[in-house]
Design a protein around this ligand. Structure first.
Ligand SMILES: Cc1ncc(COP(=O)(O)O)c(C=O)c1O
Length: 416
């Protein structure tokens, strides 16, 4: 579903006029399409149905309870990387039995909480982490199910900050060391070896890095299956890319499945996937109001009321987001779209051909469903934006805008 389309010159989110939402809830405002979330989940589940994967939504991409709950209702699990994300996933309706826990720096508190919730398994990134999980499980008299995260050293051909499966990245264990780590896991008390995990990167637009990685782990998987009767899961991680520009082709779920499913069937293991961006990236927009159009000596600046605290992807990853007007206009000009924050890195688009907009007009920043609100901060003491979900002709506020009082919550003047 293309959830955001013009009708009679006005941008709509499914059947709801974006301007009406902005007038009602103010700006900056995140708007998510429930239909798009559901369609993306169905597209992936259907493409991969021959191996019946457990699709674990990667909660880091979008932590709103209404978004997580949409996937919970479709039978999805969750991929979490902190106690906080685990708390959010359970609260939003994902059963702990469908939650997998990744991350290189799990604390004792994270591990104990996850053990008490009896999650599906931990994906373990180092030998010291194995030892720590074993100790926690022993103390709590629980069994910790574990899958070792291996680093297959493949190039996912993506931005270097979101490439995670190369040997210079901090993630996982290199293949040469993995068997020894499994042997350690088998010796440690209160651990059960259930599988192997990999996650090679994000915004991957071709199936080739996946097949490359799968071929690299195939032999190890077969050896582990023969050695440990409880070893049965292959967790392929996430990474499926989406389109951020009209000229960019997303990783098509069917095409991806055609390439990887035959391999997975041969391997005869239970498949887990951890998509994030693919499920939510194009389900969201960030709506912002233009405050001023400023003519600089060499450039024009369109200054909006959203900032890098709301959406940091452009300066952080040099990411491209389409910026379109909420009401269509005639003519174009060239400008930078910038926020109000006191940083030159506070921009959404540089040297962009924009429709001829003016102060008080509304703009929509597209593809803002993933790694957008979930990366928001309070920098420059700005409250985080409100979030709305639409479904057909209905819309609901799913997170209220933060107030100035929210900003100071928890702060105390010391009596020193
Ligand atoms: C372990 C793990 N799984 C899944 C994901 C989700 O990745 P994506 O949003 O690219 O699907 C990430 C993202 O960083 C991750 O670290």
């Amino acid at each position: 579903m293309d959830a955001f389309k013009y009708k009679d010159g006005w941008l709509y989110a499914e059947g709801v006029c974006v301007e009406e939402l902005a007038l009602k809830h103010g700006t900056p405002l995140y708007i998510y399409s429930r239909g798009h979330l559901q369609d993306q989940h169905r597209a992936l589940a259907s493409a991969m149905r021959a191996v019946k994967p457990l699709i674990c939504f990667s909660v880091k991409t979008n932590t709103n309870a209404a978004v997580i709950n949409t996937f919970a209702k479709l039978g999805a699990g969750a991929d979490v990387v902190s106690g906080g994300e685990l708390y959010r996933a359970i609260r939003a309706g994902i059963p702990a039995s469908k939650i997998v826990f990744a991350g290189v720096g799990k604390t004792v508190a994270d591990i104990e909480y996850a053990l008490k919730q009896d999650i599906r398994f931990f994906t373990v990134e180092s030998e010291p982490e194995l030892e720590r999980i074993s100790k926690c499980a022993r103390r709590l008299r629980r069994k910790a199910r574990i899958a070792l995260r291996v680093n297959p050293d493949v190039d996912p051909q993506t931005h270097k900050y979101i490439s995670t499966g190369k040997k210079e990245n901090k993630f996982g264990l290199d293949l040469g060391r993995a068997m020894k780590a499994y042997e350690l896991a088998a010796r440690l008390p209160n651990l059960e070896i259930v599988g192997l995990h990999m996650h090679i990167g994000s915004q991957i637009l071709s199936s080739a890095p996946y097949t490359h990685a799968l071929h690299k782990v195939e032999k190890l998987c077969r050896q582990l299956k023969a050695k440990y009767p409880t070893f049965r899961v292959l967790d392929m991680g996430g990474g499926l890319g989406i389109s951020y520009k009209p000229s960019q082709d997303p990783l098509d779920a069917k095409h991806f499945a055609d390439i990887v499913v035959p391999f997975l069937k041969r391997l005869e293991m239970d498949v887990v996937m951890e998509p994030g961006r693919f499920l939510v990236g194009n389900a969201g927009i960030l709506v912002t109001r233009i405050q001023y159009v400023k003519n600089g000596p060499s450039k024009k600046f369109v200054i909006v009321d959203a900032g890098m605290n709301d959406l940091i992807r452009p300066p952080l990853y040099q990411a491209h987001h389409e910026v379109i007007p909420v009401a269509k206009t005639r003519g174009t000009f060239m400008a930078d779209v910038v926020g109000p924050i006191c940083e030159s890195g506070d921009f959404f688009a540089l040297d962009r051909h924009l429709p001829k907009v003016k102060a008080d007009d509304l703009l929509a920043i597209l593809s803002a469903g993933a790694y957008s609100f979930s990366m928001a901060s309070n920098y420059n003491s700005r409250g985080r934006a409100a979030e709305v979900m639409v479904s057909g002709r209905k819309a609901a506020l799913i997170r209220t805008r933060e107030t100035w009082a929210d900003l100071a919550r928890g702060e105390k003047l010391p009596r020193l």
